[in-house]
Design a protein around this ligand. Structure first.
Ligand code: FAD
Ligand code: DHB
Length: 380
């Protein structure tokens, strides 16, 4: 088999890249380790920046998102028993759109299949060679070879592409956090109008949503927390305790799904080596507090697609991505450490966090800075 761009991984990065290339008439083959069902039901991110929304729309895969996506012009930060609104649209002219990563992936897979273009699920034993842009893999119990002009490594944090770059070429930066998020999807109308990021002495909580009937809520837990220790009643109890206000109550509903995600910050650079280009989680991870993971993945492949389509400037791909990546790394780290209960934090840390939260919710310029980062309006 031969193609122009061999894409490893059918997450948001790989599928979006394939679509952008298709629109420009560039051939690609997408190879995915898991089955379609698994890819379409892996509950993850939910916040799309305006830039992500615009790109998906321009690529002709935004129709359902336009109909079902929920536009929000602000978020709330809650601490010390009070909720403070950050009016992002008023401050930046930009909105965010709530539309699940599962839905983005479903739309992209459907479009790819409708176009009749190659997307192979359940491939095994994938080996990439950055020198030759040759990919070996097993599909339908047969050994296959895909010869490419370039390889796009979109295979997430645990993929095979990043490890195929020699260790002495790659510089990595990492921070692990002692905490993680326990996330639930609940069949109940969201109790709030916009997202609530709540700092509480019992730990952080986040109130989000997926639709007018589906709420997505998170509580801070230990990074290796055993989900079995969290029966539904305990989750609701913690959510109530961390988010309740004198005049506001959280509505409960059946929990459809729950899971724990550990947190890390990670960057590997450069994001390219010979004929291999990394994009999305394959190259970098942010803790989820800034809602940046999915948006960064899309931003990488937008840059990669532009350079592949123009046929020049691939050398500058990594540098072009990393400026935005590091900005998002800082913002995500800052949001995370401002809002969570810190592992070895003492009363001094708590006072610093509260002071920072008071500043961010009262100073017009600090509020604007948070909003610009959150909506992805940082031009670097
Ligand atoms: P992925 O979505 O990881 O896609 C990579 C794809 O490559 C997968 O389909 C995988 O099966 C496939 N693959 C792996 N290895 C191979 C191989 N050898 N061969 C072929 N295919 C392979 N971000 C937020 O902003 N908010 C959140 O709430 C949030 N929650 C998250 C929860 C979890 C459990 C995780 C892991 C991430 C979460 N993120 C969140 C981050 C966000 O979902 C990611 O940043 C986003 O999925 C990145 O997209 P991607 O396409 O780069 O990688
Ligand atoms: C969601 C996830 C996030 O990481 C975040 O910061 C906001 C919302 C969500 O899953 O809805």
């Amino acid at each position: 088999m031969r193609t122009q761009v061999g894409i490893v991984g059918a997450g948001p990065a790989g599928l979006t890249l394939a679509r952008l290339l298709e629109v420009a008439g560039i051939e690609s083959v997408v190879l995915e380790a898991r089955d379609r069902e698994y890819c379409e039901h892996r509950v993850r991110a939910g916040v799309l920046e305006q830039g992500t929304v615009d790109l998906l729309r321009e690529a002709g895969v935004g129709e359902r998102m336009e109909r079902e996506g929920i536009v929000h012009g602000g978020i709330h930060l809650q601490f010390d028993g009070e909720r403070h609104h950050v009016p992002m649209h008023e401050l930046t002219g930009r909105n965010i759109v709530i539309y699940g990563q599962t839905e983005v992936v479903k739309d992209l897979i459907a479009a790819r299949i409708e176009s009749g273009l190659p997307l192979l699920f359940e491939v095994g034993d994938v080996r990439v060679d950055p020198d030759t842009a040759r990919i070996e893999f097993v599909h339908d119990a047969e050994q296959q070879v895909l010869e490419c002009d370039v390889i796009a490594g979109c295979d997430g944090f645990h993929g095979v592409c990043r490890p195929s770059i020699p260790a002495d070429v790659l510089e990595t930066f990492e921070r692990e956090y002692a905490f993680g998020w326990l996330g639930i999807l609940a069949q109940v109308a969201p109790s709030m109008d916009e997202l609530v990021y709540a700092h509480n002495t019992r730990g952080f909580a986040l109130l989000s949503l997926r639709s007018p009937e589906l709420s997505r809520y998170y509580v801070q837990v230990r990074h290796d927390e055993d989900i079995a220790a969290w029966p539904d009643e305990r989750i609701w109890e913690e959510l109530h305790a961390r988010t309740e206000l004198d005049d506001w109550q959280l509505e409960e509903g059946p929990i459809l799904e729950k899971g724990v995600t550990g947190m890390r910050s990670f960057v590997a650079q450069p994001m390219q080596y010979k004929k291999l280009y990394l994009a999305g989680d394959a190259a970098h991870i942010v803790p989820p507090t800034g809602a940046k993971g999915l948006n960064l993945a899309i931003s990488d492949v937008r840059i990669l697609a532009e350079r592949l389509i123009e046929g020049s400037g691939l050398d500058g791909y990594s540098d072009a991505c990393l400026r935005r990546v590091w900005r998002a790394e800082h913002f995500s780290y800052w949001m995370t450490t401002m809002l969570h209960k810190l592992e070895d934090g003492d009363a001094f840390d708590e006072q610093l966090q509260l002071s920072q939260l008071r500043y961010v919710t009262s100073s017009q310029s600090a509020k604007t800075s948070l909003a610009e980062n959150y909506v992805g309006l940082t031009t670097l």
